[in-house]
Design a protein around this ligand. Structure first.
Ligand code: GLA
Length: 766
């Protein structure tokens, strides 16, 4: 509900539903933020005003004689420099090169119409209600300049946006315009999701203090260094209790958010585009619309907040054609072949992938131009006929004849100097004026601020998509930007235009975003691409941390996650196939290794794995995600959709003589009876190595023909487990079967040394 309330105490705006509420008061013409968080009632408006002593000492009053006009002391939903609020400002305007205070004063409000939204920027869809508050400049020089604060109420989140409209006759420059500003009361910690290439989204938590904490990206993209999403948790909040706010931004470029506690105990939260190097012209007649900023709130800890944020992303961000639509099991050739393939090799992989149960075959990098390594070919779209003599059309037809969909990798934003595109158009390269272009992964970026470059990309990519009947696209981008400020900002708008033009008319194509893994994992890209390749690091133990971080803000279906080879290419870690699968299940699941090199037992294991996964993928991809209690050094992920609940129990390093392990499952009906069943996992005898000597009467070589034969025909089972009990017992925890501890073997034994894991399926007993 959105409601304006006028009474002798002032003008209030109540925005709220059962998930959260936001209460504003117009105080001296400014937007005071009385409340943002718990779903309160409109009757609470007045009590929230309070009667605190404000405006003392050297404080500046916005209106002389009115102590409540000391803006520095009020919680605000917007602020500007020069009005007495000295906290970090969400806006900076220059007039004739000098900082100017427009002094915005409330003018009117109304609902927001779809036509008023910028057609290029991504927007959340399906708001329950919207409202815009319009403020006009009281500065004598800037008459006609106005500010719109937009609020859109969604079922489980609130979305904000800021618009500056220059109907004055003065040219202005904008060096900072945040999407949202909010002053919240309470003591918080802030959790950010940071990292770099192959170590994205690791969660770091620090207390919010009087010093400013900034979460910013400046590499041109939302970045693998600092994801735009972050959490504020009230001191003491945990997985299931306490207040947690989740914040995020629909923007794929440089972003900046900051938190800082004021002297009176308000935490100022700013979210928006990074102001670094930004100086945008706002000419008479012009307007500037920020990206949308999201906030979700829960008093049920991180799990409660995730539930609301995931629901918002699934229902309001993911493109309509892919909302809650199960993603195909994907096979990608990259980690298996890199650039070294031909049609015969691809068809051999596709044939095997089909037998294993994959539904979509993706041809990754290397199919075009002279692309035999990452030094040449980017920017060109002519098919490499040496590798693919029948072209993409020929290959895709054969793949489809196998009964699989066909998908293709592109990196359209980049160019190699060794390419036809660069030789013809060296002027298309993105660089800072007068500066040399700097290389990253041997490539340069194309200048997407130029219309002719955008046309080239749209025409080239669309042509291929239509000719080869492509059903999936992996859109990659593999370097940091060479530009900053205005140019980096305009680049992202250019990218959004290109994505609209290619994919709006082709909604059935499943688009997967990628930027060296997760260098552009954000809500802006998710408005176009229902899933994003989370990381080039596919080691499942590394992935536990990466996916766990991403799940704090993004639902499982958005996180591309594949089984790859062991030992792993980046960590040299050897992990069981079961764990590689169990981690990838909690994501947009796929397989990415050279199937021609697998042993028959591994093929059998993958076939069983994929068949089992397909029966449960709806719950894995769209079920409500949460973290459960687990023992030290272990993680327990849960995804449940009402029909069934899946729990993944993952171990890192195993102690000798471990304690009894318990499985706790949440969200079930305490009175109903459920059946718990472990996913059947294969155990390869070779896992025991020379220990086999102790259990077999004859001396056997761990990697000899006898054991290989036994592995092939008589694979053993690992960790068989089943139980029936009430939802109440599962919530409190049930003991799991014994773990290998130097003892013998039986089918219920969990032979799970380091990096072992299990997945349990919990269904109501019928
Ligand atoms: C990036 C991607 C990988 C793969 C390669 C191809 O690194 O993240 O998944 O597509 O490019 O060059």
């Amino acid at each position: 509900m959105i409601k304006h309330i006028d009474n002798p105490n002032g003008h209030f705006l109540y925005i709220g539903n059962t998930a959260l509420s936001c209460i504003l008061k117009i105080s001296c013409g400014k937007a005071e933020l009385l409340h943002l968080g718990a779903p309160l009632a409109e009757e609470d408006c007045e009590a929230l005003c309070g009667d605190t002593l404000l405006g003392w000492g050297c404080d500046v009053r916005y209106r002389e004689g009115d102590p409540r006009s000391c803006l520095d002391d009020l919680p605000l939903a917007w602020s500007e420099r020069g009005t007495g609020d000295y906290r970090e400002t969400p806006m900076e305007l220059l007039y004739e090169g000098t900082d100017i205070c427009p002094d915005f004063v409330y003018f009117c409000s109304g609902s927001l119409k779809r036509e008023e939204l910028d057609p290029v920027l991504p927007h959340a869809r399906g708001a329950q209600e919207t409202v815009k508050l319009v403020f006009r400049s009281a500065n004598r020089l800037l008459q006609g300049l106005s500010l719109e604060l937009r609020f859109s109420l969604f079922e489980t989140a609130l979305v904000r946006q800021t618009v500056l409209i220059n109907d004055s006759d003065k040219p202005l420059q904008v060096t900072r315009l945040m999407s949202a500003c909010a002053d919240l009361h309470g003591c918080f910690t802030v959790s950010t999701f940071d990292g770099g290439w192959i170590r994205e989204a690791h969660m770091h938590t620090v207390p919010v203090t009087r010093s400013r904490t900034v979460n910013e990206s400046t590499n041109g993209f939302s970045s693998n260094r600092h994801n735009p999403g972050f959490l504020l948790s009230e001191t003491g909040a945990g997985e299931d209790s306490g207040v947690v706010y989740g914040f995020n931004l629909l923007w794929s470029g440089n972003h900046c958010s900051s938190v800082q506690r004021s002297a009176l105990g308000f935490t100022r939260v700013l979210q928006g585009i990074s102001p670094e190097g930004l100086c945008l012209d706002l000419l008479p007649g012009g307007r500037l619309e920020t990206p949308e900023a999201v906030v979700a709130w829960s008093d049920r800890g991180r799990n409660g907040m995730m539930k609301k944020m995931h629901r918002f992303v699934n229902a309001c961000i993911i493109p309509a054609a892919w909302q809650y639509r199960e993603r195909p099991v994907l096979f990608n050739n990259w980690e298996g072949t890199t650039f070294d393939f031909n049609e015969a090799k691809l068809l051999s992989l596709a044939g095997k992938a089909k037998k294993i149960g994959c539904e979509l075959f993706v041809l990754d990098d290397g199919w075009f131009g002279d692309r035999d390594s990452d030094t040449a070919g980017l920017g060109d779209y002519s098919v490499n006929l040496r590798k693919l003599p029948n072209g993409l059309e020929g290959l895709s037809k054969k793949v489809r004849a196998l009964g699989m969909q066909f998908g293709l990798w592109f990196e359209p934003e980049a160019v190699n100097p060794d390419s036809e595109c660069f030789r013809r158009h060296p002027e298309w390269v993105l660089s800072s004026p007068g500066a040399d272009a700097f290389y990253g992964r041997n490539e340069l970026l194309l200048d997407l601020t130029k219309p002719e470059v955008r046309d080239y990309i749209v025409e080239s990519v669309s042509g291929i998509l239509d000719r080869a009947e492509i059903q999936y696209v992996k859109w990659d981008m593999n370097r940091h930007s060479p530009v900053t400020g205005n140019k980096a900002y305009a680049y992202i708008l250019g990218l959004y235009e290109v994505l609209h033009r290619i994919f709006d008319p082709r909604p059935q194509i499943l688009l997967e975003g990628c930027a060296s893994g997760g260098n552009r994992f954000d809500l802006g890209m998710l408005c176009f691409a229902p899933q994003i390749w989370a990381s080039d690091d596919t080691d499942p133990i590394e992935r536990l941390e990466i996916q766990d971080g991403l799940f704090s803000l993004y639902p499982q279906s958005t996180v591309g996650a594949h089984i790859s080879a062991a030992p792993h290419a980046q960590t040299l870690r050897t992990t069981p196939m079961s764990t590689r699968a169990n981690v990838s299940f909690f994501g947009a699941f796929g397989i990415e290794l050279d199937l021609d090199r697998l042993k028959p037992i591994e093929v059998k294991e993958l076939r069983e794995t994929v068949a089992w996964y397909k029966q449960h993928r709806k719950a894995f991809q769209f079920g409500c995600f949460r973290r459960n209690r687990a023992e030290k050094d272990a993680l327990c992920w849960q995804a449940g959709d009402g029909d069934e609940t899946l729990c993944g129990l993952f171990h890192k390093l195993i102690p000798a003589g471990p304690e009894i392990e318990w499985l706790s499952v949440n969200g079930l009906d305490p009175a109903r009876i459920y059946r718990v069943e472990a996913r059947p996992q294969l155990l390869r005898l070779a896992a025991f190595g020379d220990l086999l000597r102790h259990v077999t009467p004859v001396e056997l070589n761990a990697d000899g023909p006898a054991l290989r034969l036994a592995d092939r025909h008589y694979p053993m089972r690992d960790g068989g487990f089943s139980a029936e009990c009430s939802g109440a017992a599962l919530r409190s925890g049930i003991p799991l079967s014994k773990r290998f501890s130097g003892t013998g073997y039986d089918a219920a034994l969990r032979v799970q040394g380091d990096f072992g894991s299990s997945v349990f399926c919990i269904k109501e007993r019928t």
